[in-house]
Design a protein around this ligand. Structure first.
Ligand SMILES: Nc1ncnc2c1ncn2[C@@H]1O[C@H](COP(=O)(O)OP(=O)(O)OP(=O)(O)O)[C@@H](O)[C@H]1O
Ligand SMILES: [Mg+2]
Length: 240
């Protein structure tokens, strides 16, 4: 696909093929176009040219809410919204995108059993169970990143787009988050695209890696391939 802002080409002929059950890492220097590409797949931007095939459907230009309903879930590079909601309510919002919960009353006053299920499945494994009734804004940055992942996963997506899920998160927590993403991938068999700068997390989590630079794909292959590819070393890792 190709994405332009005004006359500027931000993403040029970028192509990616993701299969169910696979975690693809999307890396590249700042400004390479990774977030722009994710925004196009999740419906925030409409590409100037190109196609996005989902099962047998052409979904280019579909709205974010439509895409969420058919199983395209995402997290955000900058978590900011939903600050006043509690952690559990945010997870319920993520859930309701795909699994209607029987009206607003039910949503907020709920069903204790459903709340406990969501807590066990999506909060406990991320160390968030003790915070389930806290508003998002009182949580640490690392916990807020984890809540965003829990929200996206609660919708049980078929395709999960993660935009820097562990940026700014301490190493131990980062590996725990990545491990949880892997376990959910195993359970749901979903496809995952993970944009991330933390190379140790990318290497240990992703089955395949795509490298973008200046809006285009410059490499696709294994972690070992990324580290030895001369073009990648030049534009991304530096020549040193
Ligand atoms: N809404 C917009 N209008 C104009 N230009 C934009 C817009 N969004 C992104 N760009 C430009 O598109 C290019 C790609 O940006 P993008 O945010 O996708 O990069 P990225 O690979 O996600 O970088 P980072 O690793 O820093 O998050 C940049 O040159 C950016 O300035
Ligand atoms: Mg980005």
């Amino acid at each position: 696909m190709t994405i332009r802002f005004g006359g500027v080409v931000a993403v040029n002929k970028m192509e990616i093929d993701v299969r169910p059950g696979e975690i693809v890492g999307l890396i590249g220097p700042n400004g390479a176009g990774k977030t722009t590409f994710v925004n196009a797949i999740s419906g925030t931007y409409i590409p100037a040219e190109g196609s996005i095939r989902w099962h047998d459907e052409e979904i280019v230009g579909r709205s974010p809410s439509y895409l969420a309903r058919i199983g395209v879930g995402r997290t955000f590079q900058n978590v900011a919204s939903l600050n006043d909601l509690t952690v559990l309510d945010i997870v319920k919002v993520g859930r309701s995108v795909r699994k209607p919960s029987g009206g607003l009353r039910q949503f907020f006053f709920g069903n204790r059993r459903q709340d406990n299920d969501l807590t066990d499945k999506f909060l406990e494994p991320l160390g968030l169970a003790d915070h389930r009734d806290s508003p998002l804004q009182v949580l640490s940055y690392g916990h807020r990143k984890a809540v965003d992942i829990a929200r996206a996963l609660a919708g049980e997506p078929d395709l999960l787009l993660l935009d820097e899920p562990v940026a700014g998160v301490a190493p131990a927590e980062a590996f725990a988050l990545a491990g949880f993403v892997k376990r959910i991938r195993d359970q749901l068999g979903c496809a995952v695209v993970m944009v991330e700068h933390k190379m140790d997390v990318v290497m240990s989590t992703c089955d395949r890696i795509v490298v973008m630079a200046a809006g285009a794909k410059i490499f696709e292959g294994s972690g070992a391939g990324v580290q030895s590819d001369p073009e990648v070393r030049r534009v991304y890792l530096g020549d040193a």
